[in-house]
Design a protein around this ligand. Structure first.
Ligand code: DGL
Length: 264
């Protein structure tokens, strides 16, 4: 049960199957520099994209509980796949804190410009579930929508070598056939903003949309409503955690955190 302001000093928990959520974290930190963030990447279990929904829900439940135990005042599901699968259930199970999800940025794409044909890149699970079909219905009257599942792409990004020929070949294989035929691309997986430049190399100079900024704004709005934003006197911080205990894993997260985002 939710009973009034949660207090301002809790952490904001942010999670994803792995490095992808860091693209959302960057927007969150930029918008709310005084907050204390804990980012959890489930890299030992990535990718989520091709896994059964029930399994993704179970992981999301466990991670959410872990963050609540750490005193989270808000939880951001920085993963389109986990949002599609788990956000509604988690909100039912935990009305004591706001739980914010991310969805493929069809709305921002539709509102930014008049597009004839929008390509949406996402995981197979995101594209398969109702939530995406609803989104596509809501915005599909303004533009044709082409949904392109990109199995394997998040896994390759997770490895950290963003310049690899395997990434280039996969992008060419999945997207090349649409070159010159779409005038907007939605990055419907939080891993993909990290290969924005590589996507442009295949598709040309097409506007790319991702949901990170909108998710950050929504998080701030909900905290503001509850009077739970950290005071500006507080020094913000970011802590990285991972289910993958390899020594290099946290350093990989830090490296991604330092990368510039090249979407819009
Ligand atoms: N980053 C996730 C998303 O936004 C999922 C990638 C994966 O684990 O398949 O959908």
């Amino acid at each position: 049960m939710y009973h009034g302001p949660m207090g301002q000093d809790g952490i904001i928990g942010v999670f994803d199957s792995g490095v992808g959520g860091i693209s959302v974290l960057k927007h969150l930190v930029k918008l709310m520099p005084h907050e204390r963030f804990v980012f959890y990447g489930d890299s030992a279990n990535a990718p989520y994209g091709g896994k059964p929904a029930e399994w993704v829900l179970e992981r999301s439940r466990l991670i959410t509980q872990g963050m609540l135990d750490m005193g989270a005042k808000a939880i951001v599901i920085a993963c389109n796949t986990a949002t599609s699968v788990a956000a509604a259930t988690l909100r039912e199970e935990h009305d004591e804190v706001p739980i914010i999800g991310i969805e493929p940025a069809l709305k921002p794409a539709a509102e930014a410009d008049r597009h004839d044909r929008i390509l949406v890149m996402a995981t197979e699970t995101t594209i398969r579930l109702d939530k995406f079909h609803r989104l596509a219905r809501d915005w599909g009257s303004r533009s044709d929508i082409v949904a392109v599942p990109c199995p394997g792409l998040a896994d390759l990004i997770e490895l950290g070598d963003l310049e690899s020929t395997r990434i280039r070949d996969l992008l060419e294989d999945r997207l090349g056939q649409y070159r010159g035929q779409v005038d907007g691309i939605v990055l419907g997986c939080t891993h993909y903003p990290f290969v924005a430049r590589q996507i442009r190399a295949v598709m040309g100079d097409v506007p790319l949309y991702d949901g990170g900024a909108g998710t950050a704004r929504q998080t701030r709005r909900l905290l503001e409503e509850r009077d739970s934003l950290a005071p500006t006197s507080q020094e913000g911080s970011v802590e990285f955690r991972s289910s993958n205990t390899d020594p290099g894993q946290i350093e990989l997260y830090r490296r991604f955190y330092r990368l510039p985002l090249r979407t819009l």
